[in-house]
Design a protein. Structure first.
Length: 429
């Protein structure tokens, strides 16, 4: 069991004269949820002081219906709602997260910009533009993520059955155990029945593929093809491949991520049998709030300059020659602005101490923060000073990931202060 983080004081945490330091201002969100559109409220943005009991009383007619909110939104601890979280208030389907250009086509009405909180109805056509992402929540707690350049139609959504039609692009689904309910995704040639699972489906660039990360999916060919297969966890199948049977194969292993030599890059080890690699960045560890993605032939990715400064969760996977995407490794990276120090590193010293170093202007004052979470809600260290080469912090006890961030203290300058940061893993001896 991980030991609680030790209290860090001037006696126990050394901020040594090694290099300049700085801390970021209050945490930023990478993609602010759009305002809830007019009409019936189907989703709610959690505010400070909110409780499931109070929200059920306000929006669901009875406070005693709070367990429905908990189950439908996968809230692990009812007393600890996360400020900024979007909750589905019990409608069959609602938009939980939007980033970038996402459009809704409803019946014969003109396309409109989709916003978080919008209640969805059968027949709705959802389309994400380039570098745009959408997350939809269902009443049973299931979540569907539509990555960039994708299009899907909500065919059916009620208490007993949910059906989506993937027209183009990709969809990643996190489906609750269905019991008496049915959850199905259809492509132009296959029906994919779900029994409670995490899986991906794609229909893009002439490639149709299914990958199952958890649970099982029954793939059945439409149009009289007759082929079918049950695809288990960590298996995939190229749905568009010819042949009398579906060729189910094991997913490629996850590419191990490692520290890149250059800043604002994500790198991983090559995987045998891989033809390409995909990187996804998200503002949350569940990858329901995607911020960016890219695809390269080699497992090395340069982050987009347009991304806001801050921490991002990273996910890297390998694709085989037939377009089946493998298992993904996960990590954390810090997006630094162009004017940030060219190099920074954190390395273990003796007696549980850690040295954090970088290069910056001599004599510059900085603010430095250290925390156990990337939102820095409860920093262990928050110090200001002038340093020459960095800081030393500790002793740090227990197995955990620590996050640090730094900001120059501007003195009458018109340009915003430079910010940078990183993270490191502490393991028990």
């Amino acid at each position: 069991m991980t030991k609680p983080a030790p209290e860090v004081s001037s006696r126990r945490c050394l901020i040594a004269a090694l290099v300049c330091l700085a801390a970021l201002p209050a945490p930023r969100t990478h993609a602010e949820p759009a305002k809830v559109s007019p009409g019936p409220v189907s989703a709610y943005l959690v505010q400070p002081g909110d409780t499931l009991w109070g929200l059920a009383r306000r929006y669901m007619e009875s406070a005693h219906r709070w367990p429905e909110l908990q189950r439908g939104n996968a809230v692990p601890v009812p007393e600890r709602l996360r400020v900024g979280q979007l909750l589905n208030l019990g409608g069959p389907a609602a938009v939980l997260h939007v980033s970038g250009n996402v459009l809704l086509q409803r019946a014969a009405n003109p396309e409109q910009q989709l916003s978080a909180g919008t209640a969805l109805a059968p027949g709705d056509l959802l389309t994400t533009g380039r570098d745009s992402f959408l997350t939809v929540g269902f009443a049973d707690g299931s979540r569907v993520v539509l990555p960039s350049s994708s299009s899907a139609r909500l065919v059916e959504a009620h208490g007993r059955r949910t059906e989506l039609e993937l027209i183009s692009g990709r969809v990643e689904s996190y489906v609750e155990k269905q019991r008496e309910r049915e959850f199905e995704i259809r492509t132009r040639s296959f029906a994919l029945g779900v029994k409670g699972t995490h899986f991906r489906v794609r229909s893009e660039g002439g490639v149709q593929a299914l990958e199952v990360l958890e649970g099982k999916v029954q793939a059945t060919e439409l149009g009289g093809g007759g082929r079918s297969a049950e695809v288990a966890a960590l298996e995939g199948v190229p749905l568009g491949a010819a042949g009398p049977t579906l060729e189910v194969r094991s997913l490629l292993p996850a590419p191990a991520q490692h520290a890149p030599l250059d800043r604002n890059t994500v790198a991983a080890e090559a995987v045998a049998g891989a033809a390409a690699y995909r990187l996804q960045l998200a503002a949350d560890g569940s990858f329901l709030r995607l911020a960016s993605e890219s695809r390269e032939r080699a497992p090395r990715f340069a982050l987009q300059d347009a991304l806001p400064t801050g921490f991002y969760h990273t996910r890297v996977s390998a694709l085989d020659e037939q377009g089946v995407e493998g298992r993904a490794s996960e990590g954390v990276t810090f997006m630094a602005p162009p004017q940030a120090p060219m190099a920074s590193e954190a390395r273990a010293a003796n007696d549980g101490l850690w040295q954090i170093r970088w290069t910056t202007r001599r004599g510059q004052r900085h603010t430095f923060e250290l925390a156990r979470t990337p939102d820095f809600a409860s920093p262990l260290v928050a110090e200001s000073g002038t340093y020459t080469s960095g800081v030393t912090v500790g002793p740090l006890e227990g197995s955990a990931r620590y996050y640090w961030r730094c900001r120059e203290q501007a003195e009458g300058e018109s340009s915003p202060p430079t910010e940078w940061g990183g993270s490191f893993e502490v393991t028990s001896p």
